[in-house]
Each structure stands twice: as structure tokens, then as C-alpha cells.
Design a protein around this ligand. Structure first.
Ligand code: NAD
Ligand code: IPM
Ligand code: MN
Length: 351
């Protein structure tokens, strides 16, 4: 079996972590008896600087028939982020209706949390982030540019269907995990979209009587991600709130360099996309110290999505094994002094 995978390394350390993760994914695939046929797309900010566009006009069409997409990161210090992101990553999520973003945060054995008193296995949660609408709906405008009475409107859009898709995915995950779902909103202040959201959670929740539902406002949830992260199981949140909470989830479980994600097209009409939660990290680019494990773990989610769960488990096992080994190389974000390459070599040995 061969799968057709689009590789979009993108910008900054995105290129480093995708190049590093690729042989690891290949090893795991070969062991499991399948292979990955990649097509690599050099789309991103360099292309924008040369040709004025992040991807070609037919970019979306060229991705459409792939089995999955693996993306590194997008973002360049010399180009406004809204230009680069709205030129490449966000349109892929939207055009392929990747409405459900799944972002696990696991505190691995051997990894130090910045929170006192938490050790390996103590934190194991997953955030389901609505991924195509909400606060990221491209609806708004800007009038009277540069004048004192300039006004900008940025609207959030919540559809019943879009909300239901992510809420249902979260309930399903809760039934397979510890049966607990935390619904994060700001419905005390935002009386339209967030109240529709709460209504949908209540309605879908009736189909899952065994799932315990907790409601938290996003400000309190942010506090509780620090105060009691061990008590979360499945968290469901809107696009922006899910974005913010998943950086928090990443750091309380050790590092941005360990946090993977899946952007899932639930209907299966279009390819899903897998990418680390982190960005292009211009502060460390070119130093060879980017942690490749978030991308490797995103590859594991990609394998699960293809139905190759054994290979996914194998990758997660090798990562867990490496992190638990105090003598194994680790990158500076995890307190080590090893580079990306050393981490990959060690990981391949463990596979
Ligand atoms: P960032 O995630 O790139 O970096 C935040 C911090 O985490 C930095 O200190 C960085 O060095 C560290 N870090 C991130 N990934 C790491 C890794 N693999 N190993 C070690 N350290 C790591 O966030 P930012 O600085 O806010 O954003 C930089 C650029 O990336 C911006 O242009 C932003 O828009 C973009 N961005 C893109 C994505 C994406 O493509 N999915 C996600 C987030 C940010
Ligand atoms: C992420 C990123 C993106 C997002 C940005 C770069 C648009 O922060 O994937 O978490 O907010 O979705
Ligand atoms: Mn983010």
C-alpha cells in the first residue's frame, strides 16, 4: 500500500522539522508494510517574495486528491502574518472543510512541566478546536483608513452545522476517553455565537448521556489550564479560544516543540492536514535546534487518520521512550543541548 502525501514545509523551522520528521515517518511506515509517496510543494514566503503569491492559483486543486497533507509552518518576519497565513494555511483549512482541529496535550514521562507538582502521565487532555469559522471567518472591513475616525469591523460567524461538527467530534472522543467534556465559551459577554454554541452542546449532549459536561468561560478555563490541567479530558472550543488554549496546553506539557495537531475533514471529501501547533519560530531558525517531535507526533496522527494506527502507535511509543530516557538527546526547548538531527538519529534507532 502506498499513500499519496503532500508535503508543505512552508517557512522557517517548518522546513527543518518536516525534513527531520520525514525519514522517521518512512521508517515507521516501512516497518508497518506501507509506503509514503510524497510530493513536496515549495510554497510559502520565499515564493511570495519571488512571485507575489504564497501558492499558485491552482494550489488547492493540486492538493485535492491527496490522501493527506503534512505541513510545517507558515510565517516570515518580513511579511505581515495576515498576508502569509491567509495566502496558504488558512485557505487549505477552509477550502478543504477541515472543520475539526484535534490537538492533544500530553505530559510525557521524563518531560518537565513548568507547573510545580506535575509529572509524567499527570496531564492528558485533547482540545477540539472549531477550525474554519468563528472568530476566523474572513468577514469584516476597514473604513476611513488613517483618519481619526477609522473603524475596523471583524465579525465572528458561527453556523449550527460547523459548531455541531466539532461538538459531535468532541463528544465522540469523550466516550472513547474518560467521559468528560469541558465546553469553553464566552457566552456571558457574547450573546449570539456563543449562545448558539452552548445550545448545540446541550442538544448534542442529549445523545451522549454518559458524558459529563462541564461549562467554563474562557478566562476561567485559561486559569484552570494552569491551576488544574490534570482534570481536563476533552475540551471543545471555538477557533480563537482553541488556538489560545492549545499554546497553553503545549507549554504546561513541556514545550511547543511537542504539540501535534490534526485538521480533519470529517466527511472525507477532501484531504485532512497534519501540522505541529507551533509556528515558524524565527527566533531559532537556522540554528538546527528546532524540536522535530511535534511534527513526528503529527505524523502519528496522520497515520491514525489513514487507518495505520499500528504505525501511529509505534511512533508515539518511540517518542515516549526517547523522552523517558534521561540520557537521550533533547533539544534546548526541553532543557537539553542536542540538535534536531541528533534527536532524529536517536529516534530512528529506537524504531
Ligand atoms: P512560534 O510557535 O513560532 O514560536 C513561539 C516560541 O516557541 C518561540 O520561542 C519558538 O522558538 C518556540 N518554538 C516553537 N516551535 C518550536 C520547536 N519546534 N522547537 C523549539 N522551540 C520552538 O510562535 P510565534 O513566534 O508567535 O510565531 C512565529 C511565526 O509563525 C509568525 O509568523 C506566526 O504567524 C507563525 N505561526 C504559524 C503557525 C502555523 O503555521 N501553524 C502557528 C503559529 C504561528
Ligand atoms: C495555529 C496558528 C494559526 C492559527 C495562525 C498562524 C493563523 O496559531 O495553527 O495555532 O491561529 O490557527
Ligand atoms: Mn496557534
Amino acid at each position: 500500500m502506498a499513500y499519496d502525501i503532500a508535503l508543505i514545509p512552508g517557512d522557517g523551522i517548518g522546513q527543518e522539522v518536516v525534513a527531520a520528521a520525514r525519514p522517521v515517518l518512512d521508517d515507521a511506515a516501512t516497518d508497518a508494510g506501507f509506503s509514503l509517496d510524497y510530493e513536496r510543494f515549495d510554497w510559502g514566503s520565499e515564493r511570495y517574495l519571488d512571485e507575489g503569491a504564497m501558492m499558485p492559483d491552482d494550489g488547492i486543486d493540486r492538493l485535492r486528491d491527496r490522501d493527506a497533507i503534512l505541513l510545517g509552518a507558515v510565517g516570515h518576519p518580513d511579511i505581515p502574518d495576515h498576508v502569509t497565513l491567509r495566502g496558504l494555511m488558512l485557505p487549505i483549512r477552509k477550502r478543504f472543510n477541515q472543520q475539526v482541529c484535534r490537538r492533544p496535550a500530553v505530559l510525557y514521562e521524563g518531560v518537565e512541566s513548568p507547573l510545580r507538582g506535575y509529572g509524567g502521565g499527570d496531564i492528558d487532555l485533547v482540545v477540539f478546536r472549531e477550525n474554519t469559522e468563528g472568530e476566523y471567518a474572513d468577514v469584516g472591513g476597514r473604513e476611513h483608513r488613517g483618519f481619526d475616525h477609522e473603524v475596523a469591523i471583524q465579525s465572528a460567524v458561527f453556523t449550527r452545522q460547523g459548531t455541531e461538527d466539532v461538538v459531535r467530534a468532541a463528544f465522540e472522543a469523550a466516550t472513547e476517553r474518560d467521559g468528560k467534556l469541558t465546553n469553553v465559551t464566552k457566552s456571558n459577554a457574547q450573546a449570539y455565537g456563543m449562545v448558539l454554541w452552548d445550545d448545540v452542546v446541550a442538544e448534542v449532549g442529549e445523545e451522549y448521556p454518559d458524558v459529563e459536561v462541564e461549562r467554563l468561560l474562557v478566562d476561567a478555563a485559561s486559569m484552570d489550564f494552569v491551576r488544574r490541567p490534570d482534570e481536563f479530558d476533552v475540551v471543545v472550543a471555538s477557533n480563537l479560544f482553541g488556538d489560545i488554549l492549545t499554546d497553553l496546553g503545549a507549554i504546561v506539557t513541556g514545550s511547543m516543540g511537542l504539540a501535534p495537531s490534526a485538521n480533519v475533514n470529517v466527511e472525507g471529501d477532501y484531504p485532512s492536514m497534519f501540522e505541529p501547533v507551533h509556528g515558524s519560530a524565527p527566533d531559532i531558525v537556522g540554528q538546527g535546534v528546532a524540536n522535530p517531535l511535534a511534527t513526528v507526533l503529527s505524523g502519528a496522527m496522520l497515520f491514525d487518520h489513514l487507518g495505520e494506527e499500528a504505525a501511529g502507535e509505534r511512533l508515539r511509543g518511540a517518542v515516549a521512550d526517547q523522552l523517558a530516557d534521561g540520557d537521550a538527546p533533547r533539544t534546548p526547548d526541553l532543557g537539553g543541548d542536542a540538535g534536531t538531527e541528533a534527536v532524529v538519529r536517536d529516534l530512528r534507532d529506537r524504531l
